[in-house]
Design a protein around this ligand. Structure first.
Ligand SMILES: Cc1cc2nc3c(=O)[nH]c(=O)nc-3n(C[C@H](O)[C@H](O)[C@H](O)COP(=O)(O)OP(=O)(O)OC[C@H]3O[C@@H](n4cnc5c(N)ncnc54)[C@H](O)[C@@H]3O)c2cc1C
Length: 407
């Protein structure tokens, strides 16, 4: 370890949704936390930008401002090759720009007292003998009592790498759309399903449409990532995409892409002593559910709360008389980290498994299509599936008392 390693209470690696939410909760409880975020400026993210009402409630709970431009969504339309099923969603979902949302959460975490270092990349985590973790960053070394790993889809050295599942590529673009398209997209999220690909669109403000798709690496290689080439090619090979994306003018710009996306991954064992994984580092739910952001927010919150509990609990039984206060804290936090991991895997495992099954069905549009037609006669099917792929109640923000609820 470098002589100059500075001491930190909790280090949060990654200032995305999970990291910023964790930092905000730590700061609110008075636990010293430092966030390292590699980006210097707000960045767009490869994301469908559909935020569930449960996710929006978690953002509000911490006192962060949801972007005013966000677009209210109360309907989902699922398009198969021939049939479309339209269903109401619970109120309070939003189409929201990630660039704005992530920044709003970081701002709130900072207001509450979290220290956020922008433009600093964490290179490696190493467990230390005398409890704690060495955090090696582009801005120097730190020694932390606990580390929350919230690096999203990026694996970090020192944290057991996630097993690769099937390889898919996520692509995303913001496109300005004409009034007739806006009318069609108003207050709804539309999903299209095709052989080997699916995608979703939703307005994220009055004029901007988020277009995101999950495609095969082969499709990305064949058509490239330029929207003017890729999107018309997808529309040509997938009738559902052609219906949903009609009348959109595709700019000749490169779409943002992320690969591989380990859909269905749930981290089987804790990541290492003193480490807490949140967001996509903990579990990656298929995008078609639109619940990845909420899982990230909920797990960041839960990790922070568990750390706060271990931080302030009474003195633990020390292993030796020479163990100092930090050692005692480390003794308490280690089993707490394992408990957190087990609880989260149990809480989110089921929703991820259901979502994976649903994704398998989406991959077979010819089977799905008649079901969409049938679904029109069995209206509760969609609400049931939506409920089954949402974070469990125990991980949500407590409901505001009726008198305080904002209409
Ligand atoms: C195609 C697609 C569509 C999706 N659509 C939706 C949707 O509509 N609704 C929904 O709820 N979810 C959706 N998701 C899922 C959602 O985007 C993710 O689940 C969510 O972003 C995870 O948040 P996170 O905080 O774990 O990671 P991220 O949001 O990726 O944040 C990670 C942060 O860590 C930083 N970082 C990474 N490595 C380091 C490092 N070494 N040092 C310092 N900083 C680092 C990054 O810069 C980033 O800011 C979609 C995903 C994909 C791929």
């Amino acid at each position: 370890m470098s002589e100059q390693a500075r001491r930190a209470g909790v280090v949060v690696v990654g200032g995305g949704l999970a990291g910023a939410m964790a930092a905000a909760h730590l700061a609110r409880a008075g636990v010293p936390g430092i966030v390292f975020e590699q980006s210097l400026q707000p960045q767009p993210a490869v994301c469908g930008e559909f935020l569930s009402f449960e996710g929006a409630a978690l953002v509000r709970e911490i006192g962060a401002d949801l972007p005013q431009e966000a677009h209210a969504i109360d309907t989902v339309a699922v398009h198969g090759p021939r049939h479309t099923l339209i269903s109401r969603l619970p109120e309070g979902n939003l189409g929201v720009s990630r660039m704005r949302l992530d920044e709003a959460l970081r701002l709130r975490a900072g207001q509450l007292g979290a220290v956020i270092h922008r433009g600093v990349t964490v290179h490696r985590l190493t467990p230390l003998d005398d409890s704690g973790t060495l955090v090696q960053t582009s801005g120097g070394d730190w020694q932390a009592d606990a580390v929350i790993v919230a690096t999203g889809k990026r694996d970090l050295r020192g944290v057991t790498a996630r097993a690769r599942t099937h390889e898919v590529v996520g692509v995303q673009l913001h496109v300005s759309v004409a009034p007739q398209v806006r009318v069609r997209m108003h207050s709804r999220v539309s999903l299209w399903v095709g052989e080997g690909a699916y995608g979703g669109v939703a307005l994220v403000d009055d004029t901007t449409l988020n277009v995101s798709c999950v495609i095969t690496p082969q499709a990305a290689r064949t058509h490239g990532l330029c929207a003017a080439d890729l999107m018309p090619a997808l529309m040509q090979s997938h009738p559902a995409a052609a219906r949903v994306l009609a009348e959109i003018v595709w700019p000749a710009v490169k779409m943002m892409a992320v690969a591989p996306v380990p859909y269905g991954y749930v981290r089987p064992v804790p990541p290492g002593a003193g480490l807490w994984c949140a967001g996509d580092q903990l579990a990656v739910i298929p995008s078609l559910t639109g619940d990845g952001m909420t899982m990230a927010l909920a797990s960041g919150r839960k990790a922070a709360m568990a750390i706060v509990e271990g931080w302030s609990a009474g003195p633990a039984v020390s292993r030796s008389r020479n163990v100092d206060a930090r050692g005692l804290r480390g003794d308490r936090l280690r089993p707490a980290a394992e408990r957190y991991h087990t609880d989260m895997v149990q809480a989110c495992g089921r929703q991820v498994r259901v979502a994976v099954r649903l994704q398998q069905l989406f991959a077979r549009p010819r089977v799905l299509d008649p079901m969409l037609r049938l679904g029109a006669w069995l209206p509760p099917v969609v609400p049931l599936l939506v409920r089954a792929t949402r974070v469990p109640r125990a991980l949500r923000a407590p409901a505001a008392p009726a008198a305080c609820r904002v209409a």
